[in-house]
Design a protein around this ligand. Sequence first.
Ligand SMILES: CC(C)(COP(=O)(O)OP(=O)(O)OC[C@H]1O[C@@H](n2cnc3c(N)ncnc32)[C@H](O)[C@@H]1OP(=O)(O)O)[C@@H](O)C(=O)NCCC(=O)NCCS
Length: 389
Amino acid sequence: LKQTKNIGLRGISVADTKITMIDGIEGRLEYRGYDIKDLAKSSSYEEVAYLLLFEDLPRRGDIVEFTERLISEREIPDAVHNHLMNRPRSAQPMDVLQSTVPMLADFDPDLLEETREANIRMGIRLISKTATIVAAWSRIRRGLSPQKPSRDLPHAANLLYMLHGREPDGETARDLDVCFVLHADHSFNASTFAARQVASTRAHMYAAITAAIGALSGELHGGANTKVMKTLLEIGEVEKVRGWVNRQLEQGRRIMGMGHAVYKTTDPRAIILKDMSERIGRRLGQTKWYEMTRLIEEETRGQILKSKRKEIYPNVDLYSASVYYMMGIDVDLYTAVFALARMAGWVSHIIEEKFAEAQPKPVMYRPEADYIGRYCGVLGCRYIPIEQR
Ligand SMILES: CC(C)(COP(=O)(O)OP(=O)(O)OC[C@H]1O[C@@H](n2cnc3c(N)ncnc32)[C@H](O)[C@@H]1OP(=O)(O)O)[C@@H](O)C(=O)NCCC(=O)NCCS
């Protein structure tokens, strides 16, 4: 019998899905049947979000309409803005994001309508408004006023515009767009599973997204990208990488950005991000971050192969760190940027879960655990009043 306990559900299939296919052996990733390599090369985040939500690629009229819907939802309620103004400037971006999502629910006219269409409308609002929230927070905490969202720029370019208060150049905008495509979905990862689990109780879209954001914040999941950049800044020089990796591994620590629960080969997203990191580094004359990251990859692989006889490969977070850094995004914002991109995937999974689009009927997740705690016989332990303990 397969061991299913205390292994973090690794290798256990808990549901069917029609959204994303991962082949961890071959290193393949497909959204709704389309290869991530093709999508990264030729698609856009708007098109991928449409594909995830509506199950197929849009035609020209569809994408024009969908993009317009996204743009029309960029503004955030005054109440959310006022709330941001009152937060301590030290508040973590993921905490800010996680706590403002339920505030958006307060203003959503579709909140209690349990139809696919209403959930799509909520999803579109979430995709657009959360980007505005993250960008607004990054400026407010620096004492700047938030940049109003653009009415023309694509989603990723608009994020850079709202963060920096100026339009990004075309190449940078396109690079972030590709990052968004690569992060848009990844099947039953920890945060998506959290979202689906909450959605399975018939809680609303915002409640499920809030759970997902909490799960993504951890360093073993989305939090890894910020950790990678902090590591690069801490190491500081290419020459110090090997020694640093060895010390970490000797102390039994994990190297962030390396390893994956599903891929047993290179994460196809990491291949694309690695090239991107190198290209941006060359363009800016800052190849140091790329070089250091490449060495972390090489050294970690070599050491783990030697000590554990196991192959370990880079994941999506290893090279995205230097890419975001060179785009001028604050280091502690990377996980929130990941969350913004993943929004389309989460929304699609919540809808699939709620409306049983890949299973016969909706079922609430409710696993069991074997009790191994205190036991005093069939009558239970004798309760002693507090004065007598
Ligand atoms: C993502 C992650 C949680 C997957 O974990 P996992 O499913 O347990 O991975 P594996 O089963 O392949 O791990 C096998 C072994 O390699 C080790 N390992 C895995 N990732 C490692 C890492 N990044 N650094 C050091 N050792 C690592 C594990 O400790 C384990 O060793 P053990 O058998 O002696 O306990 C893990 O690789 C990790 O912690 N990575 C760093 C965080 C990260 O980058 N997260 C983003 C993921 S997209």
